[in-house]
Design a protein around this ligand. Structure first.
Ligand code: 13P
Ligand code: SF4
Length: 302
């Protein structure tokens, strides 16, 4: 930890000077997660907490769509992302024009959009969802059929839990699509008694073989509550690192996959963001009101 101390100290001083808070996703590295973040969580928690912030500046230690969501909910605040190139393969997989074409193909069918999308795509949607509330959002609409974008696997996993028919899009998370059912079987054979937790962005065959599937926050809660002796998290690597530090008695089995986008955010870049007030996230005024409506509709569902 001593190698991180100069940046951690500088960031914590800059936060006070600039009246800033750091919101960090569960996939951020431990020195960010434990060292400088004010609020940590899954995408849903970060959106909810963003609504409550009263600091002048929000630094989003996560990927671009998360910073956009924070900005949508805080139009008057300055929202910074330490590296503008921190994207997401799901957000890249679909455009606003794609959504308009889907609506033409399926007239009257509501569009439920995962938060892992651009503001322009959210603006074409009826309501957003996260991995933590997807089923609840789909069922809240009270309709027999929905379009769910853009994560095909999340949509297929939710379709198994509900009677609502779900039309999917072929977007995938480049981190979670790499896990296979064979990986789960090998892990069980090599690590007797291991409890397997999977993120619902994993292919359905992986979720079917797992003991539990849920958002990053739901996986962390499971580990804290159940205290399995040995566990593997079929998700991004920092997730295990962060919760291992809080649960020293548990054997966390690897492998895991790294998200190159999340890993673009580093302590030196967070420090630089606060020193220079860069990079400010802005939203095209032509889409902001409609995108905000889709996010706020999601947050209004309990
Ligand atoms: P959650 O933290 O909402 O489960 O999302 C996982 C993810 O891949 C975010 O990029
Ligand atoms: Fe996107 Fe997957 Fe990375 Fe999350 S882990 S930011 S869904 S590519």
């Amino acid at each position: 930890w001593s190698e991180f101390a100069p940046d951690v100290d500088a960031i914590n001083r800059l936060k006070r000077e600039k009246n800033a808070v750091i919101l960090a996703h569960n996939y951020q590295t431990p020195e960010i997660f434990h060292g400088v973040a004010d609020i940590v969580g899954d995408s849903l928690a970060l959106a909810r907490e963003a609504m409550k912030v009263d600091a002048d500046v929000i630094v989003l230690a996560g990927v671009h769509f998360m910073a956009e969501t924070a900005k949508l909910l805080n139009p008057a605040k300055r929202v910074l992302i330490p590296d503008l190139r921190a994207g997401c393969s799901l957000a890249e997989s679909i455009t606003a024009e794609d959504v308009r074409l889907l609506r033409q193909r399926w007239p009257g069918v509501p569009v439920v959009t995962y938060v892992n999308t651009s503001a322009a795509v959210k603006a074409e949607s009826d309501i957003c969802c996260t991995s933590g509330n997807a089923r609840k959002i789909v069922e809240s609409l009270g309709v027999p059929k929905v379009i769910m974008l853009p994560d095909e696997y999340l949509a297929q996993n939710i379709a198994k839990e509900t009677n609502v028919e779900i039309i999917t899009w072929a977007g995938h998370c480049e981190v979670h699509e790499r896990f296979s059912a064979a990986d789960v079987r090998q892990l069980r054979a090599g690590h007797p008694g291991v409890v397997v937790l999977a993120h619902p962005e994993c292919p359905p065959e992986v979720v079917a073989e797992a003991d539990f599937a849920g958002s990053t926050a739901a996986m962390a809660d499971y580990v804290t509550r159940e205290q399995p002796g040995r566990v593997v998290l079929m998700t991004e690597c920092s997730m295990s690192d962060n919760i291992a530090a809080l649960n020293p008695g548990i054997d966390f089995v690897r492998p895991c996959n790294l998200c190159p986008h999340m890993k673009r955010i580093t302590l030196p870049k967070i420090r630089r963001a606060l020193e220079t007030m860069q990079h400010e996230v802005t939203i095209d005024p032509a889409v902001s009101a409609a995108a905000r409506r889709a996010v706020e509709r999601m947050l209004a569902v309990h």
